[in-house]
Write a protein that binds this ligand. Structure first.
Ligand SMILES: [Zn+2]
Ligand SMILES: [Zn+2]
Length: 299
């Protein structure tokens, strides 16, 4: 498998992700926990919890980056598309909703879309995400959402830690000034600390807001059972009801499934606590595609 490593934007985003995580860890340990909580058990407690969140973040990220998002396999032999009846013949064979991708030159199951960056068709494609340098599709959406969750959690946590350490620093400085002992901190290091606090705060707010917006969109798209591409398509079809939209085989949007089964399709059938861990879950049985490039199709 050659996962989309050739996209330079994706490569830069990957480096930026790793750099941001290690920078946050460095500032939290070096400039927040050690100076502000040095004498108490809180130092190691916050350190352990914060690093556990970062570890889970990186684990989910790695799973999202390196797993197959659900690529539609390319055919081993070239398919003759000159036979226009092949589409209807496939529908007769119970491959309802299958379409042809002219760029991959293959048949693809319903809800698969072509990604121009990956140059492949992806099953239930959500979008191509440069932050994981991969598509978000049927098989890795769970890891992607978990990555968003832990990024949001880490952002929130570091914001709280930085603000509380900053408040502690100002208060202890004031007390030091009131007591009047000449224990001056070297000025450059003080400025350096404040600079690190500000950079980490900006990083946390930016990433925090960004991932929360995407996290919300992802949950909505699961609960409504529509990927962004399908939302756009359905909106377009709603705008012109006179067109042949009634003939579209893609009508699942009208028969809404309940939310929990829809969430289970993405996060697995196990306990909800397992939804938080980047573990491989058995694909849902309902509607699961047991699947070869071309089922039963004689060329
Ligand atoms: Zn394709
Ligand atoms: Zn892609």
């Amino acid at each position: 498998h050659a996962f989309c490593v050739r996209d330079p934007c994706g490569f830069i985003c990957l480096l930026l992700t790793y750099f941001s995580v290690f920078y946050a860890d460095y500032v939290v340990i070096q400039y927040v926990l050690i100076p502000a909580y040095s004498d108490s058990v809180w130092c190691s407690l916050h350190g352990v919890v914060f690093n556990l969140i970062l570890l889970l973040l990186l684990a989910c990220h790695a799973k999202a980056v390196f797993s197959d998002p659900g690529m539609v396999p390319l055919p081993e032999t070239a398919i003759d598309f000159s036979d226009l009846r092949s589409q209807s013949r496939m529908n007769e064979r119970g491959c309802e909703g299958w379409t042809v991708c002219s760029r991959c030159e293959t048949y693809r199951p319903p809800r698969a879309h072509h990604c121009r960056v990956c140059q492949r068709c992806i099953r239930r494609m959500d979008h191509h995400c440069p932050w994981i340098n991969n598509c978000v599709g049927e098989l890795n959406q769970k890891y992607f959402i978990q990555f968003l969750f832990y990024t949001g959690l880490a952002s929130l946590y570091s914001m709280v830690l930085v603000v509380s350490a900053w408040v502690w620093r100002i208060r202890s400085e004031r007390e030091g000034a009131a007591e009047g002992d000449g224990e001056e901190e070297e000025a450059p290091s003080k400025h350096l600390i404040v600079a690190h606090y500000i950079i980490l705060l900006v990083e946390s707010v930016l990433f925090g807001v960004f991932v929360m917006v995407i996290f919300y969109d992802q949950l909505v798209s699961i609960i409504t059972d529509e990927t962004p591409l399908e939302q756009m398509k359905n909106r377009l079809m709603k705008d012109r009801p006179s067109s042949s939209s009634q003939h579209q085989p893609h009508t699942h949007a009208h028969t809404r499934k309940p939310r929990i089964p829809l969430l289970r399709e993405v996060f697995g059938r196990g306990s909800m606590l397992l939804w938080l861990l980047p573990l491989h879950s058995t694909p849902p049985s309902a509607g699961g595609i047991s699947y070869s490039a071309l089922p039963d199709y004689d060329v």
